[in-house]
Ligand binder design. Structure first.
Ligand code: GLY
Length: 560
């Protein structure tokens, strides 16, 4: 009798479970896509508590500062491009600034030559951080949950620990020597963490508690300011209390341009991202690139040639709009852009020396991170934030548990000499006190026929712009899903050096040979991963899908 009853209950339970597991997922109401699962989950948890996308942004950002220390940060800077549910479009610039004591020749020796590593390694490479002030500004304007509640998940993550991934283990190993050189052998990230290990960062938990209690004053004043300044100064830097006190983020109009039935909103100067993306897309538009296959010879040629012309303009005209006049409208003028492409022929590569002369060396890509957030009310944020190089200047504030940026390298230390991304800059991007260094970060929102359609961005230094471009074209011209678009092989060109970089082993030899036959210089030794794109797509039927880049540990978490 008993066994018969339990059999029947068992059967009923199985039927219920089966029905339950077969029930279709309800449609997602929002999503967070970031470089780490922990951070994406924290962002979604905030939305589940009733927070909006801006609240989720703050929580996600602080979480990345804990578990993605190569680029997530509290001592770096970034840009956010947003769409409010009331349809307002805007952007916040919380880019780092040059210290008051900075000057144009600060990285040059007596003969006027750039001193190697001075703008990338150590205290003098550190720009005045903007992240905490930026997040606070977002909260003051758009936040709906208490600030403390948004910082708390990151405090818990720092205190309880996060798991090291395989990729992270490699990253710690390859930077260990420099961590030790800068910070001594007891520094946290030189402790040989292996994949699966738990990293607890109690010092960062305490710093975050100060920020939770005091807001940005917990970072820019008091104990943290003292620790930051003394660490910068003992490693050769010049940041003072006056710099920290003076830091202010700036609300700016995003760059807006049309491409067919799309309205694209993206970051303007001091990022070059938006203007370059706009120039490239407007140069491509007349070619109706969708008639060619994705990554076909013709499609790649059109994109490379538009990129060549835009990156040449970047080096001459772009800088901090609070210091130099950026001819934004002229650079995005359709007649000007059509004229720029007039010299393009499918028969033969244009030589970069015919666009503008120069010779430079390409160096390895460094790190930044991007995340995309959508909430159930229709608020959307695309955020790209950075320490510049992986782990920034490598200067670790031991008592605070965080790395300092090396964003000063994004200035042009000397006109005509490339930065770590091989990018050239001119006078417009020369160093001056309190100036913001030129960026390539391109957090972007796409509207289709007036409705929000995509939130997208990526790290990747100079390859940020071209990775965002390819993702957008893959979806809207080559009809891929966002995840397919993100996964697709990428290539990059940036005027100088005059070569095209293809992701390793992702383009077949026949294709590469055809490019070479057209006169394109392809140096396979420079091949590398290009970008780590994280995005959200909203279909015309309102279906939310995501793209999290498999090149990293990136993860999309949907909000139901
Ligand atoms: N530091 C990378 C960028 O801002 O483009």
């Amino acid at each position: 009798m008993i066994s018969n009853l339990s059999f029947r209950y068992g059967l009923l339970f199985s039927i219920f479970s089966l029905l339950f597991s077969c029930a279709p997922e309800p449609p997602a109401k929002g999503a967070v896509v970031s470089a780490r699962e922990e951070a994406s989950k924290i962002g979604v948890a905030i939305m589940k508590k009733g927070g909006n996308a801006f609240d989720a942004m703050i929580a996600t950002d602080f979480a990345l500062a804990v578990c993605y220390p190569n680029a997530g940060n509290i001592a770096g800077g970034g840009f956010a491009v947003y769409r409010h549910s009331n349809s307002e479009m805007g952007s916040l610039d919380y880019r780092e600034k040059a210290p008051l004591a900075a000057y144009a020749e600060m990285y040059l020796d007596e003969s006027g030559n750039v001193i190697p590593k001075k703008s990338t390694f150590g205290g003098l490479s550190v720009g005045v951080p903007g992240t905490v002030a930026g997040l606070e500004a977002i909260h003051q304007r758009f936040g709906s949950l208490p600030w403390k509640d948004l910082v708390q998940p990151a405090i818990d993550l720092a205190r309880n620990g996060y798991r090291v991934t395989e990729k992270q283990q490699q990253s710690f190993e390859s930077n260990k020597e420099e961590f030790i050189q800068m910070n001594g052998e007891h520094t946290l990230y030189a402790q040989n963490f292996k994949a699966g290990d738990l990293v607890k960062n109690n010092a960062l938990a305490i710093t975050l508690e100060r920020i939770a209690e005091q807001g940005s004053a917990g970072f820019y004043q008091g104990k943290n300011a003292e620790a930051l300044i003394s660490r910068v100064q003992e490693t050769g830097g010049v940041i003072t209390f006056a710099d920290l006190n003076a830091y202010q983020p700036v609300w700016r109009d995003p760059i807006h341009f049309k491409y067919k039935d799309l309205d694209i909103y993206t970051m303007g100067p001091p990022s070059s991202g938006g203007i370059c993306l706009g120039q490239i897309m407007k140069m491509i538009e007349p070619f109706d690139i969708g008639q060619y296959k994705q990554n076909s010879l013709e499609a790649v040629q059109i994109m490379v040639e538009a990129e060549r012309r835009s990156y040449a303009d970047r080096s001459l005209y772009l800088g901090d709009p609070d210091f130099v006049q950026v001819p934004k409208d002229s650079l995005l003028d359709v007649n000007y852009l059509n004229q720029r492409m007039a010299t393009f022929s499918f028969d033969r590569a244009t030589l970069s020396s015919d666009i503008n002369p120069g010779t430079i060396v390409w160096e390895e890509s460094e790190e930044t991170t991007h995340y995309s957030i959508l909430d159930s009310m229709g608020n959307a944020v695309a955020v790209t934030t950075t320490l510049n190089g992986s782990y920034g200047s490598k200067v670790f504030v031991d008592s605070g548990g965080y790395f300092l940026n090396n964003e000063m390298d994004d200035f042009s230390s000397k006109p005509g000499v490339p930065n770590m991304f091989g990018l050239l800059g001119g006078k417009a991007n020369a160093i001056a006190p309190e100036k913001r260094m030129l960026s390539a970060m391109t957090p972007t929102l796409v509207l289709k026929n007036g409705a929000l359609s995509m939130i997208v961005g990526t790290p990747g230094g100079s390859t940020i712009i071209t990775s965002v471009l390819q993702t957008i074209l893959n979806v809207y011209e080559f009809e891929m899903t966002l995840q397919e678009a993100v996964n697709a092989p990428r290539f990059h060109h940036q005027w100088l050096p005059d070569l095209v970089t293809f992701e390793p082993k992702r383009f077949d030899a026949g294709f590469i040979q055809k490019m070479q036959a057209k006169g394109y210089d392809i140096k396979e030794e420079y091949s590398r991963i290009i970008g780590r794109v994280d995005g959200i797509h909203i279909s015309e039927e309102n279906e939310i899908t995501t793209g999290a880049d498999p090149r990293g540990d990136d993860k999309a978490v949907l909000f139901y």
